[in-house]
Design a protein around this ligand. Structure first.
Ligand code: C5P
Ligand code: MG
Length: 250
């Protein structure tokens, strides 16, 4: 009975088929296997799983994409600001785009807020579409995408929707005690910078980000940066990575 109520309540969600609802539904479908047959009965499955393939203006640009990875408080945002200043890249923070979306009153807002509070990962279609919109609206070809991809699903969704691979993947390697200290000491009014959520974010980091980091390491694209020290000391470890590309073919 409880199961039926849950399935029935998904029905209006399915009919309207907006990307946020579909992304959410996708997540529901990938969790309890027992729900699948009932949900499938009410769905037009092809509609749910077919992603529109439009020619993106991005495919026409000579892109230089860097992904910036690291645990919460590892210094991604701080170092991105320095990279922007020195090398003229555009900084896109996936977390910031999501936080902006959640105060915009969009249909995804509540789902994003709950996910961030739980320290979990927002469905990839939502995040990648926000990144895509931003990339398409900016007249630059060098993008630093911070806090992304957070898991294998993020990575695959980016490849599928943006149809591009990163040129550089930076990984800020920081001891856990240092990350926790930085997050709890910063005071930016974030709903997830508290002891309880940081613990969950760290769990997600170890379980989901590390496979992505290993993937890029195997592809020879990973630049691991020791993330302890002053901001300037750390930047001196980051600088040569981008300096090498300044004089390279791109
Ligand atoms: O990178 P940042 O710490 O700003 O991310 C804050 C939160 O935003 C994450 O803990 C997660 O809940 C969400 N997020 C996400 N997917 C991403 C990046 C951030 O769901 N790719
Ligand atoms: Mg950040």
């Amino acid at each position: 009975m409880a199961m039926w109520r849950r399935v029935a309540s998904l029905s209006p969600l399915i009919r309207s088929s907006s990307s946020c609802k579909l992304a959410f539904l996708n997540q529901v479908l990938t969790s309890p296997a027992s729900l699948l047959p009932q949900v499938a009965y009410r769905l037009n499955i092809s509609e749910l799983f077919t992603t529109e393939v439009n020619e993106s203006p991005l495919t026409k640009k000579d892109l230089f994409i860097s992904f910036v990875l690291g645990g919460p408080g590892s210094g991604k945002g701080t170092q991105c600001a320095k990279i922007v200043e020195t090398f003229g890249h555009v900084h896109l923070s996936a977390g910031e785009l999501l936080r902006r979306e959640l105060i915009s009153n969009s249909e995804c807002a509540a789902m994003i807020l709950n996910t961030i509070k739980e320290g979990k990962i927002v469905p990839s279609e939502v995040t990648v579409k926000l990144i895509q919109k931003e990339m398409e609206s900016i007249d630059n070809h060098k993008f630093l995408i911070d806090g992304f991809p957070r898991n294998e699903e993020n990575r695959k969704a980016f490849e599928k929707i943006i149809r591009a691979d990163p040129d550089v993947v930076l990984f800020f390697d920081c001891p856990e005690e240092e990350m926790v200290k930085r997050v709890l000491n910063r005071n930016e009014g974030r709903v997830d910078d508290n002891k309880e959520t940081v613990k969950k974010r760290l769990e997600v980091f170890y379980a989901s980000h590390l496979p992505v980091i290993n993937y890029y390491s195997q592809k020879g694209k990973l630049y691991k940066i020791e993330a302890v020290g002053t901001e300037d000391e750390i930047f001196e470890r980051v600088r040569p990575v981008f300096a090498a590309f300044e004089h390279g073919p791109k």
